[in-house]
Write a protein that binds this ligand. Structure first.
Ligand code: PMV
Length: 316
């Protein structure tokens, strides 16, 4: 049998992180930069997984990796024991869904050995993989990895894809500072306990921004979406989850023409996203290059990546 392959997207939260923990909807998206996996039936019948170059690998996973791979394969009972090679182009631990992208790509590649796993099986397999690393994850990362595009997400109802008028282009900037989702969520909870008035006003504000952003995305209003991202960043800074590095990344991006910029995910480090004024891949290269250059000059790494509309994704 010939080798099979699977691909999956990375994840960003465009608006609504932290508020989503309190029931407010967030808008998340799958970015094209993600993970790839190749699988073939194991000649000796023993399943194995090799992760690519160490800088793209899943750092610090240790024995958990074997456990996660076993949990994933157990959700794909029709597939033969597989020899898998996988690689993520996302920094591990940066809030960009690297482990979920690996889980979905591996599940797709292994599932393809048995003729292709349906999407609910892929999500179940990637969910089992994620639970080994992250306990009880919300499912936002695996959904973004599998679906791509933009989607509205609530804890109660899960993901609902958002119709996009056109692709969106982002610069993603990396602080290089690791932070813990659990600790950042706990720090916001602590602030809300001490200052309930901040909780009410922030959650109301973010709810309105997310509603308007969903409308902006479906109308193709990227200028409006950028402004809403800037406002969301102000509210996140008010929750003390932004950092000097994140503010620097956002300021540099705005100075170099980004339509809006904010942290993405837990904050306290991790990554920032900047929305580009672009309607095509070629325009994105032109609009993104000065931002990446400014970030590199300031000592930060970054990359340009699109969020493809679901239509474009399905067209292949
Ligand atoms: O772990 P990250 O960076 O993908 O961020 C998670 C998003 C939060 O809203 C902060 C937490 C959550 O569980 O939704």
């Amino acid at each position: 049998m010939t080798a099979t392959s699977g691909a999956a997207c990375g994840k960003v939260i465009l608006l609504g992180e932290h508020a989503v923990v309190y029931g407010v909807p967030a808008i998340a998206a799958g970015i094209t930069r993600g993970a790839l996996a190749e699988a073939e039936p194991a000649p000796d019948g023993r399943a194995s997984l090799v992760l690519g170059g160490s800088e793209h690998g899943f750092e610090g996973a240790g024995d958990e990796l074997a456990q996660a791979f076993a949990a994933l394969c157990a959700e794909l009972p029709g597939a033969p024991p597989a020899r898998v090679r996988a690689e993520s182009a996302l920094p591990p631990g940066g809030g960009l869904g690297s482990s979920a992208a690996l889980g979905v790509a591996i599940a797709r590649a292994v599932g393809a050995l048995a003729g292709g796993a349906p999407s609910d099986r892929v999500l179940a397999a990637a969910g089992a993989w994620e639970r080994v690393f992250h306990g009880n994850p919300s499912g936002i990362d695996t959904t973004a990895a599998a679906l791509g595009g933009c989607f509205r997400y609530t804890r109660a109802d899960g993901a609902a894809p958002l119709e996009m008028r056109s692709d969106l282009w982002l610069c993603v900037g990396l602080t290089g500072v690791a932070s813990s989702t659990k600790a950042m969520v706990a720090s916001v909870a602590h602030l809300f306990e001490r200052k309930p008035e901040i909780k009410d006003s922030t959650l109301q504000g973010i709810t309105a921004l997310v509603q308007n952003a969903a409308l902006a995305i479906s109308a193709g209003d990227i200028v409006g979406l950028g402004r809403l991202m800037d406002l969301n960043q102000m509210l996140l800074a008010g929750l003390f989850v932004s950092t000097e590095d994140l503010e620097r990344l956002c300021d540099l991006a705005r100075q170099r023409g980004a339509l809006g910029a904010k942290l993405t995910g837990k904050g306290g480090g991790g990554a920032a996203i900047a929305l580009l004024d672009a309607h095509s891949d070629a325009e994105a290269g032109g609009a993104g290059a000065p931002i990446i250059e400014a970030w590199r000059a300031a000592g930060y790494d970054g990359f340009i990546t699109p969020i493809r509309s679901a239509r474009a994704l399905h067209a292949g």
